[in-house]
Design a protein around this ligand. Structure first.
Ligand code: UN1
Length: 496
């Protein structure tokens, strides 16, 4: 089968990796469908990309921010025009169903509009000086060359969350997309190039985390790193970046809880649970992986949930009737299998699913059945560790307070939700659930681009995408202008 070969983007040129080697990008629904060959890059490719970004920084930082923002707006039009094509490309390389990949492209479209507005804001603050005839202000400055390392589960949205705010703030970028899904990053960057982005402002280097990501993190000319991925890799990224005192934004794992109280609208809670647990085949850091059921509704909810989970149509995401696509690769299938074994060994009850699908239409892909476990207790590993697959645990509790306590007794916390009709419990949950996001009567997935996105505890290190990204991609500079025409010594000449 013939397939296209892609190169790195360095200083506006498409250049093969110095190694001459490539990594194949396969369709997880059909491994005979090769999406393309992408460069297998190493330190020398990274060095060239960083040098190009450093060179471009000199003029990009001096381009007025409203002009930088206009390029984002043009890119947005190009994304809108190509939305269907880019969604299909994404389903082919990542597997999630078309409705979701359209949503992923839409998230980049939304991000472009939101962040372009920052081009005419990027507000700083002025404040009175303590001395007469002296003016004081705080202005946002770009950081410089930034390194962006992005995951495969939101192959266009997450790169856009990082690239667009970094660019509008005047930084230049080197992006390393996940090896499973580089094409969507190419499509995103192509939209910027067509919109008029100058050469070298965004550079793409493809390759593995160890060969490509590590030299990017360690490069002395890279001033900040933004990473989304697993907690184990994130811990490595944070430690390596700390060696050269680079600011690093980490967005990592989840074990998100949906709490359903006895007074909830059960139909709504069921819709939310199925979408939260099995949307994107469970491969979101915001996916619902624990459903906490108050005792009064636990039995009915469980029966109805399992009945509906069994009926979900699994298959190739390009088929519009399919509800659950494949997992992204064989390693993810192994993790799902491993956690099914762990849960059974711990005494949890397999309610549905539990197997990889291998025969017939599934023979050439990496498919896993929507899987639910009942009788799960909070201390079991299946209730504590991230699976990142279509595997959900059902737990029971008695009181609202106990539900919140179980939801909070976990190391990872991007997103939580509560289904209830009781306004007092809703407001208590908004205050007491430990998470970056709390939903009331809505699933754990579905964050909008203009709110802060990120988690607490081991999900992140305190930074936020969306509202908050500009804070990460700028650095404050204090500026004082003394127009007194004499030396004025702060803290001394004006002292009592
Ligand atoms: C992720 O899982 O890493 O809120 C991102 C959501 C999406 C983004 C998820 N808008 O589920």
């Amino acid at each position: 089968m013939s397939y296209p070969t892609y190169h790195n983007l360095i200083g506006g040129q498409w250049i093969p990796a110095a190694s001459g080697k490539t990594i194949l990008n396969l369709n997880p629904a059909d491994h005979f469908d090769i999406v393309g060959a992408f460069p297998s890059s190493h330190a020398e490719d990274v060095n060239a990309a960083v040098a190009a970004a450093k060179k471009a920084f000199n003029s990009w930082r001096l381009t007025p921010a409203p002009k930088r923002a206009e390029i984002l707006l043009h890119a947005r039009d190009i994304l809108i025009g190509n939305k269907e094509k880019y969604a299909r490309d994404m389903t082919r390389e990542m597997g999630k169903v078309l409705a979701e990949t359209r949503g992923d492209v839409q998230e980049a479209i939304d991000e472009a509009l939101y962040v372009a507005g920052e081009g005419r804001r990027l507000f700083g603050v002025t404040t009175p000086s303590e001395l007469p005839n002296k003016f004081a202000m705080s202005v946002r400055m770009p950081v410089g060359v930034v390194g962006l390392i992005t995951p495969w589960n939101f192959p266009m949205a997450i790169p856009s969350w990082k690239l667009f705010p970094a660019l509008v703030a005047g930084n230049t970028c080197v992006i390393k997309p996940a090896t499973d899904t580089p094409l969507s990053t190419y499509n995103l960057v192509q939209s910027l190039v067509e919109a008029g982005l100058p050469p070298g402002v965004v550079n793409i280097v493809c390759g593995s985390g160890s060969a490509t990501g590590t030299p990017l993190i360690e490069h002395p000319d890279v001033r900040a790193i933004s990473f989304t991925g697993s907690s184990s890799v994130g811990s490595f990224v944070g430690q390596r970046a700390a060696a050269t005192f680079k600011p690093v934004s980490l967005e990592m794992g989840g074990k998100n809880a949906q709490i359903v109280l006895d007074d909830a609208n059960l139909d709504l809670a069921l819709d939310g649970a199925l979408w939260g647990a099995f949307g994107t085949t469970g491969q979101r850091c915001t996916a619902t992986s624990r459903i906490l059921l108050q005792k009064g509704i636990a039995r009915e909810f469980t029966e109805r949930f399992v009945e509906r989970a069994k009926k979900l149509k699994i298959g190739n995401g390009l088929d519009e009737s399919v509800e659950v696509g494949p997992q992204v690769n064989a390693a993810q299938i192994e993790t799902s299998k491993e956690y099914v074994e762990i849960a059974i060994a711990e005494g949890a009850k397999l309610l549905c699913g539990g197997h990889a699908l291998t025969g017939g239409a599934y023979a050439h892909g990496t498919f896993f059945e929507p899987t639910a476990f009942g009788g799960v207790t909070p201390n079991m590993r299946i209730a504590r560790e991230e699976v990142f697959g279509p595997v959900v645990s059902l737990l029971e509790f008695s009181t609202f307070e106990e539900g919140v306590e179980i939801a909070n007794a976990i190391d990872y916390a991007p997103s939580t939700e509560l289904y209830t009709r009781n306004v007092n419990h809703a407001f208590a949950a908004m205050r007491d659930l430990e998470a970056g996001i709390t939903y009331i009567n809505a699933p754990t997935i579905g964050a909008e681009v203009h709110l802060p996105f990120g988690g607490v505890k081991q999900t992140g290190n305190g930074h936020r995408e969306g509202l908050g990204a500009i804070d990460f991609f700028t650095t404050w500079k204090a500026v004082y202008v003394d127009y007194s025409d004499k030396l004025q010594r702060a803290q001394i000449d004006n002292a009592e």
